[in-house]
Every structure is written in structure tokens, then in C-alpha cells.
Design a protein around this ligand. Sequence first.
Ligand code: BGC
Ligand code: ZN
Length: 378
Amino acid sequence: MKSVAALMAEKVVCLVEEDRPDARRLANGHALLRTLAVGVCGTDREIAAFTYGSAPAGTDRLVLGHEALAEVVQTGEGMVRLRPGDLVVPTVRRPCARIECPACRVGHQDFCGTGEFVERGICGAGGFMTELFVEEERYLVPVPPAIGELGVLVEPLSVVAKAFAQLDASLTRLPWEDDGPRGLVLGAGPIGALAAMGLVANGYRAVVYSREPDDGDRALFVRSVGADYVSSESTDVPGLVRRHGRFDVIIEAVGVPEFAFKTLPALAANGAFILTGIPAPRPAIDFDACGLMRDFVLQNQLMFGTVNAGRKAYEEAVRMLEQFLILFPDAARRVIGRRIALDEAPALLRAAGGGEKTVIHIAEAGTATRGEALRAAG
Ligand code: BGC
Ligand code: ZN
């Protein structure tokens, strides 16, 4: 059975033969799963460059892959909902073991306060760029067959769904209706595209601000879902505000602080600035902290970061995908820009990210027959 692994000690990313999980001894509430597809993002490339992530304790090998779509092959005792053949998306983060972490103790490990959580395919636990894996039912989110391959977008979309849920919670501080709220998305990569679709679907007038040209493919994509596109190469932030006004919410999806903080003057009074990108550590930058503090206080503004997602956000992401398939069927399918085979993954992970969502195709759905399950067991 093949997996794509980063070998920490030797600093290589390669295909390795892994042992098959032993399906004869599936623990209570666990399932054997076949990975159908795995998405690749900047986090995977950073792990492949050995600047992020960690191997499971006591090992020096990390199986990559955290954005997966899988099929249930076999279920252990005590399965409540899942049956062989069901499509699922595994969540990424597993709780820390500390009783003093109230978030992890109630299943909200995306808010873990100790930092001792593990994330499958990222830090401390093997991921899903592999043919078969075992997981507990509570970490598997069902995906309707109609969503099919697009289910591989559920994990990145769960990050957006969590951001929206946090935004909704923050909006309880403004107990009035805002008709025609305006949203700005920074960055036109996969998360930016999904966030723009989410804003449009939620009734926002949405604009995407990114460095790609005003007449490029990204701009066309963004306009096709009913959002506006403005290139940061041709329009500066004052120009953006002159054209579109200020924004009630800004969703940052690039991870470049110079770009993000430059757009703060585009945030409206009472607005929320949401950070989702994770820049690699580097030296401090010059930045108008006085202006930020003045504006945030004098205009009741709010800034928060959001990482990972809980089960509810995954379920919401599934619902959002169903909605996107009705509202913008072509665009929803075009979020996946490229499909490759497992063998091509090591090279892809070492190459610079092109910005489009690349998906590693691993198996066809519908192969989780009883025969397969038995072969996996033997
Ligand atoms: C993943 C999250 C994860 C984060 C930090 C992101 O790429 O989508 O699930 O929590 O990286 O490791
Ligand atoms: Zn990711």
C-alpha cells in the first residue's frame, strides 16, 4: 500500500510502502476507509519543505494529506451511522489529552488552548495521502453522493464555514439589520474563491482583491459567481474604497501581512477583519500600529484569527457545497484546477504552489465491496 510521506530525518518527500491497516481488528466505533482523493494546499508544501509540521511522537515519518474524501470500506462494532460505501470527509484535528482544556474536553479541539492537539497529516499524526486508513466514526463527516469528488473541498471550506460562524457570533453585538452588507476577500486562491462564493450566497455584495490581473482567469472566475474583482496591481486601497466603499467584513486568505494590514483603511465602522492565512515566521515589518489602534477603538472594529474547524463547521461546509452546486454549478466544479496521480505527488509537493487547487486522485468511488474489505483484512 502506497503513501506519500515526508521523512523528517532524511528531509525527503517520497512514496513509501506502508503496512496495511489490520481490518480484522477494527476497534469499537472505528472504520476502515479508502482514500479517494486528497487536496494539496500551502500547508502541505510547507511540511514538504520541512518548515512546518511534525511526525507522530517517536517516529521520523509523517504521512501527508489533510484534505481528504474517503469511502467507508468496513465498519467495526458500535458504528451508529456509517455503512460500507458511504462517502466521508475526515476532520483534521484530534483533542489534546489535558483535562484542564475545556475546549478539547467537549469536542471543540479547533479551539484547543494547550497547543497539544495533533492534526492528521500535519502535526503528530499520519494523514490521508495513502490508500487505506482507520478512523473513529466521530471524526468522519458524511458527504451525500451528489457532491461526489467535490467533497475533497469540504476541509478547506470548513475553514471558511468556521470563519462565518465566528462572524455570526460577533454580529450579535450589532443588534440591527444591515441590508446590503459588503464583504472583501483578500486573495483569489482556493480559500479566497470559496469565501467569495460564501459571501455571495449569504447576501453580501462581495469583492475579491488580489494581485492577479483584472482580466485574468481568476478575475473571470470571481465575476462568474457574482462577486467583483479588483487587482491590487492596478488599484490601490484608496482606489478600491472610492470604487466600492468600505467593507463590513474583510476575510484575509493569503497569509501576507504587508498586504493584509495595508487594507485596514477599507474596513467600515463596526467592521470585522478575519485572518485565515498562516505566514511563515520572519522578521518584523514596518506598520502603522497607532493608526490601527485609533481606528479600531474609534470605530468599534474587530479583528480575529480562525484556524481549523469543528465537526459542525464541516457539516455546514457540506451544506454550503450543495448550495454552491445549485447557485454556481460550473464555478463550484472549477475550484479544483488540476488532478494528478499519487505517484506525481512528491514532485508536486516540492514545486512552488501555483495557487490553483490540485487534487491527488487515489481511487474510484464504489470499490468498497465486501471482497475489497476482506482483501484489506487479509
Ligand atoms: C488546515 C487546518 C490546520 C491548519 C494549521 C490548515 O492548512 O486546513 O486544518 O488546522 O493548517 O495546521
Ligand atoms: Zn489545507
